[in-house]
Design a binder for this molecule. Structure first.
Ligand code: NAD
Length: 297
């Protein structure tokens, strides 16, 4: 398939990432199918998307007609097999665990047209861990967006062991067409570029916290003021969702068995309590007040 032949993009998972990926693609202006486990979840995702676009209309960044047209390009379909039928490119953005992703890819492989390209938005899992469940490993790749996808410019495109050059080029080309900047990784490794660099920073931050050197709020402040980052590693973890960081570390740990890769205690405790960051109103910080206040353990 050539880039010009791509008509319909299927996004599987309409959570924090999938909902906005679908919207960004529909703005550029592809036909999109959005799939999740129920119509209620899909409608919730599109209510959020409408809110994002309405703010653009209010600021004069787009017309109301353009907004309605983009929203109308997203078809909601809770049945995966029906959703997959006309897809040219798929972006899978479900829970960050290997087994559900493999099960999803196996179903997609059976239901998508033979030419379709299957990508995962996983933060850490390599496509070579998932693609063997399909009959088209050359047409599988990582397409890793950043949160929030309606804002963040970067997409990491990762070539797996069996990914073809054509697939990499097509995914990178599609990334450009939907207004994002691809960086191609020609060799896969868990965590890719950005999350490996972030993980190195976060690992040191958790070490300093666990050693009692400073509070997480002060570590965040130091990174903001001393490194000029827009937010420190703990505030960023809250923004991404603590469960995402926790599951990603668990997957890496299961692969490496290196204790340095295991989820840190302060993170695990919050995930166990259901304090998942901004999306639940509480993580490292409590978001019920403005500005957010640091929580205790
Ligand atoms: N949150 C981030 O900052 C971020 C950044 C980059 C990549 N990612 C990756 O994107 C993926 C999704 O993350 P998220 O933050 O959107 O998670 P999320 O929990 O907000 O959303 C996941 C969605 O997938 C749905 N889902 C679960 N199983 C499904 C299935 N079998 N079929 C269809 N839908 C299913 C859930 O109902 C949920 O709506 C993960 O792989 C994550 O690692 C996340």
């Amino acid at each position: 398939m050539r880039l010009d032949d791509v008509r319909r993009v299927l996004v599987v998972g309409a959570g924090q990432m999938g909902a906005q990926i679908a919207m960004q693609v529909a703005l550029h202006p592809y036909q999109v199918t959005l799939n999740d486990l129920s119509m209620a979840l899909l409608e919730k995702a599109m209510t959020l998307n409408r809110g994002h676009l309405e703010r653009r209309v209010a600021k004069g960044q787009m017309t109301k007609e353009a907004m309605e047209a983009a929203l109308a390009r997203v078809r909601l379909e809770p049945d995966l097999e029906t959703a997959a039928a006309g897809a040219d490119v798929v972006v899978e953005a479900i829970v960050e665990r290997l087994e559900p992703k493999k099960a999803c890819f196996a179903r997609l492989d059976r239901a998508c047209p033979p030419h379709a390209i299957l990508t995962t938005n996983s933060s850490t899992l390599m496509i070579s861990q998932i693609a063997p469940v399909t009959r088209r490993p050359a047409q599988c790749a990582n397409m890793h967006w950043f949160y929030p996808p309606l804002v963040m410019k970067l997409v990491e495109v990762v070539k797996g062991r069996e990914t073809s050059e054509e697939t990499v080029e097509l995914v990178a080309g599609l990334t450009r067409r939907v207004g994002r900047e691809p960086v191609i990784l020609r060799k896969e490794l868990p965590g890719f570029l950005v999350n490996r660099i972030l993980r190195a920073l976060a690992r040191e931050a958790y070490y300093l916290l666990e050693e009692g050197v400073a509070s997480f709020a002060d570590i965040d402040r130091a990174v903001e003021l001393g490194l000029n980052h827009p937010m420190g590693p703990f505030a960023l973890a809250d923004l991404s969702g603590l469960d995402i960081g926790y599951n990603a570390r668990l997957e890496t740990y299961e692969l490496t068995k290196d204790p340095k890769d295991a989820p840190p205690k302060a993170l695990a405790a919050r995930v166990k309590r259901g304090d998942l960051g901004r999306k639940t109103g509480r993580g490292f910080y409590d978001y019920s007040a403005t500005p957010p206040t640091p929580t205790r353990d």
